[in-house]
Every structure is written in C-alpha cells, then in structure tokens.
Design a protein around this ligand. Structure first.
Ligand SMILES: Cc1cc2nc3c(=O)[nH]c(=O)nc-3n(C[C@H](O)[C@H](O)[C@H](O)COP(=O)(O)OP(=O)(O)OC[C@H]3O[C@@H](n4cnc5c(N)ncnc54)[C@H](O)[C@@H]3O)c2cc1C
Ligand code: FES
Length: 505
C-alpha cells in the first residue's frame, strides 16, 4: 500500500525500493517542524531545515516517494516547455525571471544534495530541448528561446537533435540533469534519519490546527510543531482554497524497448511544444521513456486509449518494440503559471507548496528553499513571485472562473443530472466500472476479474462531486479537484482525506 497506482507501477517504483518499512505515527510527538508528505518537496524541505539545526518530523500517508515523485519522468531542468513566453505575457517579465532563477537554483540544489550526500541515483548531466516538428510552431520556439534568455537561461535555438524524426526547430538548454527519483529520495531519507529526522509512513494526516504551536492530527496520533509544511502535492486543508486555484491534469508514460537497443539511448531530454505533448528521455540503463497524452483528471473515459496512443507513436518513431512499463500520474497547474509557495493564509504557521505543472523536480527544490527561508526568517529572492497568498490573475482571470465553473457547474450539478437513470450494476462486464443503480441506490460500482461487484458511494469526500471510473488504473477519479480512490473507496490522492462510503453489494 502507498503507491499511487500499484496496478501500473512506474519504472522507478518497480526498479527500486521501498528500502524498508518505516513505522506509523503513534502517540503524541513534538518537533520544530512537521513536514507532511514524503515526496521530493517534503524531503528536500526536511533536508534544508535539518541542516539549519531544526528538529524535523516527516509524516507520510503512504510510502516515501510513492506519490507523484515516484511516477514522474524525472527531468531536472529549468526549461519547461514554453513556460517563459506564457509567464512574460501573463505574470510579467520580472516574475518570469524569478521563475527561471528559482528553477535553476532548484537544479543546483538537487545536484548539491546528490554530491554532498553521495546519493547513488543515476544522476547525469543532459541537455533539455523544447522542440517542434511542425513549421507553424517555428516562431513559437524562437519566441520561447528569447523569453527564456530574458529569464536568465542560456537557451539557444537549434534544429540539430538526435531524435529519429524531423525536428523543425528547438530551444536547447545545456547542463541540465536527469536521475532516478526514488533512488534520490530514499537515499536522502536515509541520510536524514542518520541526522535524527523521524520519518513515519502509512500515517495520513486528516487535520491541522493552525497556531503557535500548530498541531498535526492523524487518526490516533498528533505532532505539535512551531511550523507545519504541507508538502502533500495539493494541500488537503481547504483554508487557502488552493483546490480552486490550481487544476489537475493527468499524463501517461511508458518505457519503450525497441528491437534495436541503439534506438533506446538518447542523451537529451525532449518535450514537444505542440499537442498532443510528447516527452522523451532515456536512462543510464538504456530505458527509453516516452510520455504525454495529458488530459483533465476524470475527463477521459477511455484511459487505456492514452497508453495505446503512446505505444503507436513510439512504434512509429523509434521502431517496433515492446512497452515494458506503463504508468500515469497527475499534477496541478496554477492559472497564472507559477506555483503557490508560502503560508496557507496570511499569518498562518501552516505552509504549502503546490502548482508545479508537471515540473516539480526543480520547482519542488525551489519551494523547499522558499519555505525553509520563511521558517528560518531569511530573505528569499523568489518568495514574492511564488507567494501563496497572491491576488491578481491567480484568482481574477477568466481561466480561474472557467475552471471553477467547470468544476462546480458541469460536474457538481451536471454529472448528477447525467446519472439520473444509471444502468444496473449487474450489467457491468469484468473490468468495467461506472455510476450504477444497486438495490435502488446510486453507487460507484466496479466488477473485478472474478466477477465480484465492488460498490461505494460515488460522492467525493472533498466537496461532493461525483467520481468517474478510470479503466486503465481501475480507480475512481474526481473530475472537480483530482482526488482519487481505489475501487474499494480508499483515498489514494487528495485533496480528500476520507474514504468513499462503502455500499453493501
Ligand atoms: C506524468 C508526469 C511526468 C512528470 N515529469 C516531470 C519531469 O520530467 N520533471 C519535473 O520536474 N517534474 C515532472 N513532473 C512533476 C513532478 O513529478 C511533481 O510535480 C512532483 O513529483 C511533486 O512532488 P511533491 O513532493 O510535491 O508531491 P508527491 O510526490 O505527490 O508527494 C506528496 C506526498 O504527500 C503525501 N500525502 C498526501 N496527502 C497526505 C496526507 N493527508 N497526510 C500525509 N501525507 C500525505 C503523499 O502520499 C505523497 O507521498 C511530472 C508529473 C507527471 C504527472
Ligand atoms: S476533489 Fe474536490 S470534490 Fe472531489
């Protein structure tokens, strides 16, 4: 238990760990800082605070590095698709520059941890590329390279790549990196434990009392701390309304093993600027990772088709082969493009970091630096740009209203109207799931391969939207704010913290 998708483990989850089981939190503890969430953001925050002398406790709902960090493609770069043109237009040149500097510093911070702690995590230098294969995107590539340069990146335009298909133009940024994210995180966790950090797993935090001290509450245990860092991907506390300011999108990845082993190894890390997005990198072990095919969470009924689209694209572009691993995961993007990092509300002792838009390696490390500086009362050059309590486009843009209208209007109300007369649960074939009628009740029903029906309430425990069945992962995904549950209703991913109500079958 603890992985996002045990049915489709990522290359990282399958190839490394967990190193060992850690205890669940029991009783009542005290610490200077309680970090909730043991992904890359939580672990690097814990490392920075521990090095500054703070007593840190980490409380993780599942297993360390089994959340999105275990299901990433793990490119460690400040070149993020075409983010700099978008940020310049929306948030302005100054904040675009802050984003660039913060992410370059994030890359350096991870590299520094790797070398100082001697972490064996397949860390290797690589160039990052944002490319296009369509002539109509050439101008966009050139505009992105110029915006990235203004943001402080040594970006250049090139059409020279090692990709086996035509690239019209690309932004290139050298001296970036890639790694094995679980080897990094679990290695770092072991070093932190040697330095006295207490780490608890299988301990879901269900509430936090803000204040000085603040109190972190699990079902039967608490941690009292001066500061609480919610490094939980999306904050599960609704107080700062982050679920209404950052929106989840799901993406797919696979390892493609071409018949020709030479076709697998690439030195660069690539992402297309045009949709559907294609992400390409390889590993030191010769695995070729292809990603993309993103969509809003809960909005794609045929999720297996997303894997199929990646398989046929890999086959067409890298030659016939076999998909040895496939997985999917989701990440949140803020409307104005910058993560939310800082206090959940002005004056609060509960801190958050979210909205990494599928670039959370460097953004996670940058957030760790902003949050630890806040706690240690040090100036941080990027704190204002990433401010979690900022106003402006983050909450006033038309996209903000559109996204929230979509969630509240289309899903909270519309999905109930669409399911007024649901089909009978016993009409489901093995492997199928959906909102069904069972004994006069509307339920989220799934029939497993043995023919057994699993039924739970379809009402998400966050703010009550109806969940949608994800046939590829066999999970219930909430289209409103991205909570996910197993077919038996156990929370996999927040903002929900409580399980779906079970229904008798
Ligand atoms: C398909 C895909 C590919 C990506 N590729 C890249 C890439 O190449 N480069 C890049 O920079 N970024 C990439 N990203 C983004 C990056 O993986 C994420 O932004 C990053 O891993 C987020 O890290 P995190 O620590 O904030 O969250 P997580 O890794 O999700 O960690 C949060 C942890 O908090 C725990 N938690 C949650 N709620 C609670 C609770 N109530 N109590 C206790 N614990 C709790 C979870 O179990 C989890 O372990 C990708 C994302 C996706 C979806
Ligand atoms: S995640 Fe918000 S209602 Fe489901």
């Amino acid at each position: 238990m603890g992985s996002l998708d045990e049915r489709n483990p990522s290359l990282w989850v399958e190839s490394f760990g967990p190193d060992r089981d850690r205890p669940a939190l029991e009783g009542d503890l005290k610490a200077d800082v309680a970090v909730v969430g043991g992904g890359i953001t939580g672990l690097i925050t814990a490392a920075m605070l521990t090095e500054a002398g703070a007593r840190v406790v980490i409380v993780e709902a599942g297993r360390l590095a089994s959340g999105v960090t275990g299901y990433t493609t793990a490119k460690v770069t400040a070149l993020h698709g075409a983010i700099y043109s978008k940020l310049e237009k929306g948030a302005g040149a100054e904040r675009a520059r802050a984003y660039g500097e913060a992410n370059l510093a994030g890359l350096a911070a991870i590299g520094d941890l790797v070398s100082r702690y001697g972490l064996d995590c397949e860390w290797e230098s690589a160039s990052a590329y944002t490319y296009t294969s369509e002539a109509s995107y050439r101008d966009q590539i050139e505009a992105e390279a110029a915006a990235a340069q203004r943001a402080g990146l040594a970006a250049a335009v090139t059409d020279d790549t090692e990709l086996p298909f035509e690239v019209v133009s690309a932004v290139r940024l050298d001296d970036q990196a890639q790694f094995h994210p679980r080897r990094f995180c679990l290695g770092l966790a072991a070093k932190l434990e040697e330095r006295g950090v207490k780490i608890f797993e299988l301990s879901r935090v269900i509430d936090v009392d803000d204040g000085s001290p603040a109190r972190v509450k699990c079902a039967t245990a608490t941690v009292e701390a001066d500061w609480v860092v919610l490094a939980t991907h999306i904050p599960f506390l609704d107080r700062g309304l982050f679920f209404a300011k950052a929106f989840p999108s799901r993406s797919y990845a696979l390892v493609w093993k071409p018949q020709s082993a030479d076709a697998a190894r690439r030195n660069g890390m690539y992402i297309s600027v045009e949709a559907p997005t294609r992400s390409i990198r390889s590993t030191a072990g010769g695995h070729l990772i292809i990603g993309g095919q993103g969509h809003k969470v809960g909005a794609e009924p045929n999720t297996p088709a997303c894997y199929e689209a990646l398989v046929s694209w890999a086959d067409e572009n890298f030659g016939p082969g076999e998909a040895t691993h496939q997985w999917s995961a989701q990440d949140y993007a803020a409307v104005d493009g910058l993560p939310f990092v800082g206090r959940q509300l002005p004056g609060s002792h509960v801190l958050v970091a979210t909205g990494f838009a599928k670039w959370g390696m460097t953004n996670g490390a940058a957030s760790a630096s902003i949050l630890s500086d806040l706690i240690l009362e040090r100036e941080n050059p990027w704190a204002d740009a990433f401010s979690s309590t900022r106003m402006g486009p983050a909450i006033t843009s038309s996209e903000f209203y559109k996204e929230n209208f979509d969630a509240v209007g289309r899903h909270l109300i519309g999905d109930r109207l669409k399911t007024l007369r649901p089909p009978a649960a016993n009409s489901l074939a093995p492997g199928e799931g959906g909102i069904c009628e069972l004994d006069g009740d509307k339920v989220a029903a799934f029939r497993d391969d043995d023919g057994t029906i699993h039924a739970v309430s379809p009402v998400c425990r966050h703010v009550g939207c109806l969940v949608a069945f994800n046939p590829a992962e066999r999970t219930w995904d909430c289209p409103c704010h991205g909570s996910r549950y197993t077919v038996d209703g156990k929370v996999i991913q927040g903002p929900a913290v409580h399980d779906l109500e079970p229904k008798a079958t």
